[in-house]
Ligand binder design. Sequence first.
Ligand code: NAI
Length: 750
Amino acid sequence: MNLYVLRAPTGLSDWETRPRLGMLERSTGGYMRNVCVIGAGTMGSGIAAHLANIGFNVTLLDQDADAIRQRLEAAKAARPPHFYLDATVDSIRAGSVAENLDWVREADWVCEAIIEKLDAKRALFAQIEPLIREDAFVSTNTSGLQIALLTEGRRDAFKGKFLGTHFFNPPRYLKLLELIPTDDTDPEIVRRMSAFLEDACARRVVTVKDTPGFIANRYGMWSMFWATHVAEKLGFSIEMVDAITGPFLGRPKSGSFRLNDLVGIDIMVDIAQNLIDRCPHDPMTSKLANPKSIDFLMEKGWLGGKSGQGYYRKEGKQFLALDLGTFAYRETREVDLPALSALGRKPLGERLREALQGKDEVGEYLREYLIPALHYAVQIAEEVSHNVQDFDRVMRWGFGWEMGPFEMIDAIGADHLGLAAGQYYNSGQVKSHDGTFFSPAPEPQYATIQEFPIIAHYPDINLRDLGDGVTAIALTTKMGTVTPTAVASLHQILDEGSVTRFVLTSEAKVFSVGFDLKFFASKIDEGDFEAIDHAIAEFQRLNLRLREVPGVAAIWGYCLGGGLELALGCSQIAASPETQIGLPESKVGLIPGGAGNAFLRLRTQDQGAKGLTEAIKTLALGQLSLNADDARRYGYLVRDDVTVYHPDRLLMDAKALAQKATPKPLPTWQAVAGPLKGMIDSMQQDLVSKGALTQWDQTISDKSKGIFSRASSLEEAIQMEREAFIALCKEGLSVARIKHMLDSGKPLRN
Ligand code: NAI
């Protein structure tokens, strides 16, 4: 694999410059760095933010450059924000089409995202046609216009390299991209663009047909309208429908009506109207007529989240729901549907098969909603998709569904749904529209941990063979919790010496939430401090020996406390951008006990007394990063660590890094010049006076201060850390914090 590091955007301070991974030369046969996005609305600013986040030089044009700055500031302030780092905003060059259209000449890719108007888009393409470099890509982000119509009047060379790149909002979080070539698009351009979008732009690409709404809107929007119609017909409350159509149906928590609010009622109506106009041949588009509640909300201008109310409204701390009978808001009601909890733990197909038989509201809703929805997918599949796998992927990646409609038909069983018998997926093959089966091209770069054979089971750890001499060492505990048992297993694995290169990972939904707090609580209850001392000593010893073997920690989701200490013990960290990273031990009355203090000191000592004071502040406040790039601000990640921007490539990119990794000794412990202790004291006093630290927080922080300022070697630091950890376990105020966290999941301030 050919990995390279991009130049960081200009104007960023040192901690913000970070190695990026995933930009592969092979994707384009050369480097493509300059993207020009035209149109700085919801989508244009989101696309620009995403591409700037992952290291492109981005130019953003709109009618008015000042308005663009405002849009970007809004994208920065959005919750969640579109940027990983606030400073990335300034790396985007903003200009107006009237004055700066010339910048298009510099672009390797011009991505148009202006208003959804055929004439406006056509006029823009006429203007930029002479400016676009011969070797550059050009695309439109339209969600509803026919791509082939947009190039009318353009030369063949333009038509040959033009296609649709349909991003999903917000691009930072939704990885799907529908790629829509026309009959005129050069197949080589389609291939190169697809590889470029996958490899360099961190997207999952599905190539779709140039039909109205493509797959996502044609089917996804239809499903949203249909869910609303069925709710109105059955007279069910919106909370009830959201409970049935959320995770129970293998869909995101937002369910149906929260999703309507998120998307925006006006946008739904626009897309639906476009589909009705463009699909006179499809009788099912009659379901895209406005349900009564949508008419009501449109009339009121209550368009969902963006206007503060839609199907739901927040009043102070209270959530109100729109009553579909009276169209008045009322308090949200607890949903009482026993089938949801009775069946909720079963595998999705089995769960739905049983639920469909139910005589209750769940069964009634699913019979009315799900069966016609799956039939509709079957009806339009050939018109809109090249194959059903593409169709399923669009719904999974664009809408967050656990299964697409065809996977769901297989899982429930076609015969239970009144559909022709038979499977769409069989032994790794997929059914084509003509009824024959084909084998999809292998995609080894997206392999997940479960696809690799287990070569050894240890208590709380699996070893899996990733191939090429690399072994995955995977935590098998809930949420990647680090247990004393897992620590013992890891020692045993290292002692046995059969693992010569590794990726440290977990088989949970997140990398690791930290060391097992229950273990400490139970030993404290028993007064068995020796057991705690032993566990900490073993954990420290492990983290200091991990880097004797070349290995990379692949982290995502949460990487907290003991989980982070394990990762810091490895030669290198490969982090998914969406990772919250930190050492929050102070929140449970403790300090890091697995060499975390020493690791953080070693990672920040180059910055002298000021850097070390900041690190103590980080520990005192138990700071968590917002994302992986933000973690560099705290020294949790450093220059050698890598952010893997592709959401589905962490494991395989970590493996590629592990193949190249060399055993890396820790840096030498350095004495730091300057009045470190005094600087830390005044930092602490400042935080206490502002109410950010309690007296007990300061006492805890003093322990880390002692390690940072008095230890003269790593060994001494480790010893001090362990003693301090045990001492805190004996303190009532710390024990109260531990217990409170275990009881309530929330930190106690005392
Ligand atoms: P928007 O209305 O938020 O923004 C459109 C922007 O284009 C405005 O800033 C406007 O000033 C600018 N603009 C208009 N004419 C222009 C011109 N001639 N030159 C330069 N700038 C011009 O629209 P939004 O939602 O960002 O949509 C943009 C495109 O993306 C549309 O084609 C839409 O169908 C598509 N899309 C929208 C999605 C969404 O969720 N909003 C999702 C996927 C695609």
